[in-house]
Design a protein. Structure first.
Length: 148
């Protein structure tokens, strides 16, 4: 083997080492991102399996155009009130207030507590209300009581 062959092997070897050195961090970060995403997905699935709720009552006051829906957190997962949506006859109730345990403005709804959603500007008595939590749980009530 002459000097030119040895030099060529050295140059190619150095090129391979530099390429591997540049490629490894990118591949490592991609693998870490996939692993983190998989862990987050499993956590969300566990939260979905462990969450449960019961629509305790739904009442509509025709005088004030306010719909009150009371939901019990019967699961083992703490849920957020901001991530809990109320659908009234298929439409999202955007003008609403939430009360956890009778206290307004609370952001967390822990297991065993009751959430009351007061939706205002509901102009007609609804036939169906649907509560959807941030964990993907959906509960429906078709018996809305009318109060004066």
């Amino acid at each position: 083997m002459g000097f030119s062959t040895s030099a060529a092997v050295a140059v190619v070897s150095i090129g391979v080492l530099i390429s591997v050195g540049l490629l490894y961090p990118a591949v490592e970060q991609s693998v870490q991102d996939i692993s983190d995403a998989t862990d987050q997905r499993q956590d969300r699935m566990l939260d979905t399996r462990n969450s449960d709720a019961l629509v305790y009552s739904a009442s509509y006051n025709a005088t004030s155009d306010v719909l009150n829906v009371t939901v019990n957190n019967t699961g083992t997962v703490t849920m957020g009130t901001a991530a809990t949506d109320l659908l009234v006859d298929g439409r999202l109730a955007t003008n609403r207030s939430t009360f956890v345990g009778g206290v307004g403005g609370r952001e967390l709804w822990v297991p065993g507590e009751q959430l009351r959603i007061a939706a205002s500007n509901v102009t007609t008595a609804p036939e169906r209300v649907v509560v959807v939590t941030g964990t993907g749980l959906e509960r429906t009530n078709t018996s809305v009581a009318e109060v004066a």
